[in-house]
Design a protein around this ligand. Sequence first.
Ligand SMILES: O=C(O)CCC(=O)C(=O)O
Ligand SMILES: [Fe+2]
Length: 280
Amino acid sequence: MREDTKSLQEHLEEFKTVGFTLFPKMLDDDWVKAMRDSFEEIGDRMPNHDGSRPQVFVDVLEHKPDLVLSALSNERLLDFAEMIVGPHVQLESITYRRTAPQDPNTNPVLGFHRDMFAEFPQEGVYNRPLLFNALSYLQDLDDEIGPLRIIPGSHMRAMALAPEERKQPHPDEVIVYPKAGDVAVFHNAIVHSGTANYSKNYRYLFFLTMNHSWLKHRANYSGPISESVKARARATGNRRLLRLLGEDEKVFRRANSGFMQPDELMWEQWIAEDAADLKN
Ligand SMILES: O=C(O)CCC(=O)C(=O)O
Ligand SMILES: [Fe+2]
C-alpha cells in the first residue's frame, strides 16, 4: 500500500506553490468499490424526467449517507482544508460523475479552465482560494481512461488561453495519473483539464467541492439525512461538521474580527475554540 510521506505542512507548501497536491490512498479500496457500485443504485432512485440514467449527481449525501459521511469526516482532509482557508470550510457541493467511453476521434484535451469562484490571477500573487476541490477518481487513471492535465503554478500566473488553445495540449502542462482513492486537492485558479475517455469503461470521478462558509453553496442540506446529521452535530458541538453542511454560528463574529493579527494566528485560536467545545 502506498503511504503518504508528506506532512500536512509540506502538502500546504505544495498547494501554495504548485496549486495542486495529491494525497495517496486517502480513500481505501473498499470505499472506492462501494461508491462505484452505488452509481446504478443512485441512478435507480433518481432517474431523469425522461426515464434515462443520469451521468452526474450532486447532493449524494442524501442518497449514500454512510459512504459520503465517512469521506466527509476524514480528519486529515478537514485539517488540511482548514490550513488553506482557516476554520471556514463549507461543503459547496459533491459531484459524483461518470463519463461513458468516447469516440476515438474525440479531442483528447477536454478543455482547460479555472474552477468556480476563481479569478484571473495577478502575476506572482498567491490568493487564498474561495473554493477548492478534493477530487478523487474511482479507478486508476492511465492514457486510455484519460488522465488529468494541470499547469503547475498557473493559479499565480496571469495566463490567458484563447478558446482554441484551451483544447490543445499546453507546453507547460503536467499530465497526472492519480490512482483509485487518491485525493487531489487543488486551487480553483490552477488551469487544468480532463482528458477524453478512450477506454471501454466508464470514467468515474467524485469531487468534494469546498468553499468558504461566508459564501453560498449549491448543495441542498435540508433533506432528512442532512437534517439528522446536523441535529447530531449540534448535540455534540461538532461545529466543523455543521459548517461543512452550511451552518456556521460563528460566521459574523469571526468574519468581523477586526483582522489586527495574522489570519493564521486567529485561525489557531478559533480551531482551539472549536475543539474545546466538542462534546465527545
Ligand atoms: O475530468 C477531469 O479529470 C477534470 C474535471 C474538471 O476539472 C471539472 O469538472 O471541473
Ligand atoms: Fe475543473
